[in-house]
Design a binder for this molecule. Structure first.
Ligand SMILES: NC(=O)c1ccc[n+]([C@@H]2O[C@H](COP(=O)([O-])OP(=O)(O)OC[C@H]3O[C@@H](n4cnc5c(N)ncnc54)[C@H](O)[C@@H]3O)[C@@H](O)[C@H]2O)c1
Length: 313
């Protein structure tokens, strides 16, 4: 029997699917969803839910004690595009929520933590193609600075206090159940919605902007796979590079045109172009593959087929 799990920020793009998958795996009553707002009907009906602010240590501690929580997945954060508009709010949320959860683990009130990092930890001076696990990291966004700092603190808490914290650097994530929450790769979700609604999409990134991306099914499998791995396999305690596919807006449009031949894309790059230009184009994730068996399943055409099938229902 799995010990109880708390998901903080469970109503977002990743948290919704992660919560439902963990409930399918370990039992509904073992997985407590929490957020500052209610989530989708599917999420709210699938098991216990608590209104919880990730920046409030005492409130998290109460929930942890009440449900005898053993593992926390911290999914609450302000994402890249929104964080550029509210830098101090982003810093406060992204850092304080992480310290709250790391300190609960340091005090042995919980025994395992998942905290996601991002390809945003890299910056304009990082090698763009096949970006290595260890390389120049000079993030130029508020979000990236918060994620890089978070990685340093995770490794510090592991080394100094023996905290079992695990992390991956997610690329841009594509999913159909929940809309994305204000990131730079949101275009790769919006495009499928607009393709079905209007047969056309105006993209906020330029046609040749190549970024690392991943289908949500793969991201959830990676997350749970990492958390279920024996601790001695986890050699990276900052955050693992995690790769799947890389593509441009032009390539995703061509993939959609195989199903919707008349689909039209146009380009009107905005402030998010500069963020995208500072990120890698592709990721070398050999440590994740070698150390805990990571392997992606979905390529771009499989992603497109699955997105259009599910959104079209
Ligand atoms: N989606 C992606 O493409 C992507 C890529 C890389 C990394 N990540 C990381 O994964 C994590 C989850 O991302 P997501 O895409 O699901 O984000 P999201 O914005 O869709 O969801 C975040 C959730 O956190 C909640 N939240 C906000 N403030 C809160 C607070 N104070 N207390 C509790 N909950 C709060 C929001 O209501 C929302 O439901 C984040 O750390 C993000 O940085 C996401």
């Amino acid at each position: 029997m799995h010990k109880p799990i708390l998901i903080i920020g469970a109503c977002g793009q990743i948290g919704t699917e992660l919560t439902i998958e963990l409930r399918n795996k370990y039992g509904s009553d073992k997985v407590i969803a929490s957020d500052i707002r209610e989530g989708s009907e599917a999420l709210m009906k699938s098991g216990p839910f608590e209104l919880l602010d990730a920046t409030n240590y005492a409130a998290i501690e109460d929930v942890v004690m009440h449900y005898e929580i053993d593992e926390v997945y911290l999914m609450a954060a302000m994402l890249s595009a929104t964080a550029e508009k509210f830098p101090m709010r982003a810093w406060n949320l992204n850092m304080n929520s992480l310290f709250n959860v790391l300190n609960l683990a340091k005090d042995r009130k919980i025994s395992k933590v998942f905290w996601p990092s991002s390809i945003a930890v890299f910056g304009p001076n990082t090698p763009k193609e096949n970006t290595p696990q260890n390389t120049i990291m000079e993030p130029s966004t508020v979000y990236g600075i918060s994620k890089q700092s978070g990685e340093r603190w995770c490794e510090y808490y592991f080394k100094k206090y023996g905290v079992d914290v695990r992390s991956v650097r997610y690329p841009g994530l594509i999913s159909w159940k929940t809309m994305p929450g204000g990131g730079t790769t949101d275009y790769a979700v919006e495009i499928y919605h607009k393709a079905l609604e209007n047969g056309a999409y105006e993209c906020f990134l330029a046609e040749n902007t190549k970024l690392p991306m991943m289908y949500m099914d793969d991201a959830i499998r990676a997350t749970i796979g990492l958390m279920e791995s024996p601790a001695e396999h986890i050699k990276v305690r900052s955050s693992y590079n995690l790769g799947s596919m890389s593509f441009t807006p032009e390539a995703i449009a061509e993939s959609i045109q195989k199903h919707i031949p008349g689909f039209q894309i146009s380009y009107a790059p905005d402030f998010r172009q500069e963020i995208a230009d500072s990120w890698p184009s592709s990721i070398d994730d050999r440590e994740a593959r070698e150390q805990w068996g990571w392997e992606p399943k979905f390529d771009l055409d499989q992603t497109t087929a699955d997105m259009l099938k599910n959104l079209g229902k």
